[in-house]
Write a protein that binds this ligand. Structure first.
Ligand code: TXA
Ligand code: MG
Length: 324
């Protein structure tokens, strides 16, 4: 059910309930980050594997520092990008208050300071952090509008309209000077590299970006397993022509013969395309006039990498669903 009051949202969260909240990236399914029983509910609602840890959202750096082992590189990155769509993986502080359920028992914890004004208002009404994974059933499309959440979640959804970025936060492992990019997201790797270069510190190692994950360390990042973000319909990447029964997700001038077409960005603007990506997928997935989805190619630079990362996983996830 849609609500408009941050006080009502905070009240429910303090009582240990789960509430969907808007962030600048996607909608999150939030619970009190110091309340283990409340966070258990997130896993149940989402059908999320128990070994997939949650991101904790804090109101400011000072509050983050109480729960993690802070590093000089975390400082540089937080200064540059917080509040905003960057998540840092850091070591858990031995004296911190983060329950095991948030971190799936790992020694690390994923933290971020979100920029969305409504999320910030709710955080200011709470004492501690809010755990919030994306507010979708595990493995399905990420929600960027309240109606996407309402399709499956019957609890409270705080209405913040459409999310500004439309892609999840970029995740960095910032424990060591050799910083590892764990998930492409709303901040491009170029922007991160620029900041690190300016400070002459740190070095960014990239994981495979848009290619299917063949990661030996997958247990560090269970949410990044190959199939994810999947529509119900089959999804075909890098389409140069259209087949019968396909709806088109267009980037730039649509392919000839596209009767059913959702335009992500007419001017081939990657920021605009990212903002519309998941909504476009929702629209085609629920359009009875098409049986499958074809997606035009994206340049593999800037946010194009994050977009292709999501789409590749979506196509794997939908193919896997078809054989299940
Ligand atoms: O933009 C976002 O990050 C959104 C909004 C709601 O903040 N949240 C989000 O959460 O995308 P979720 O749960 O859908 O994705 C979090 C990812 C998962 O892939 C999870 O495996 C990874 O972060 N993660 C969480 N804790 C981790 C840790 N300690 N080490 C490595 N990866 C971690
Ligand atoms: Mg997610």
């Amino acid at each position: 059910m849609r609500i408009h009051s941050v006080f009502q949202a905070a009240q429910c969260l303090v009582e240990g309930q789960v509430v969907a909240l808007p962030t600048e990236t996607v909608y999150g399914l939030a619970a009190d980050g110091y309340n283990a029983a409340a966070m258990e509910k997130i896993y149940i609602f989402k059908g999320r594997p128990k070994n997939n840890p949650l991101i904790l959202h804090y109101r400011d750096i000072g509050h983050v520092q109480q729960d993690v082992v802070w590093t000089p590189w975390a400082n540089i990155l937080a200064d540059a990008f917080w509040p905003g769509p960057l998540t840092l993986v850091l070591s858990r502080c031995p004296h911190g208050r983060v329950p095991d359920v948030a971190t799936a028992g790992q020694e690390t914890v994923a933290v971020r300071v979100p920029a969305h004004p409504l999320f910030q208002k709710v955080l200011h009404l709470m004492q501690g952090p809010l755990a919030a994974p994306s507010a979708n059933p595990s493995g399905e499309l990420s929600p960027t509008r309240p109606e996407h959440v309402e399709r499956w979640f019957s609890g409270f959804v705080l209405d913040g309209g459409a999310c500004a970025h439309g892609l999840e936060s970029t995740i960095l492992d910032a424990r060591k000077e050799n910083i590892e990019l764990l998930r492409h997201g709303a901040i491009s790797q170029e922007a991160i590299k620029n900041v690190l270069l300016t400070h002459g510190k740190g070095h960014l190692t990239l994981k495979e970006a848009y290619m299917p994950h063949k990661d030996k360390n997958a247990s560090l990042m269970p949410g990044q397993l190959e199939g994810h973000y999947a529509p119900k319909k089959p999804l075909r990447l890098n389409a140069k022509t259209l087949f019968e029964g396909e709806g088109l997700l267009a980037f730039g001038r649509p392919l000839p013969g596209a009767d059913i077409c959702i335009q992500l960005s007419e001017n081939e603007d990657l920021v605009e395309a990212a903002r519309h990506l998941f909504h476009g997928l929702y629209l085609l997935d629920n359009d009875v006039r098409c049986q499958s989805i074809a997606v035009m190619p994206f340049p593999l630079e800037g946010l194009g990498l994050a977009i292709m990362d999501r789409l590749t996983r979506a196509s794997i996830g939908s193919a896997r669903r078809a054989v299940d």
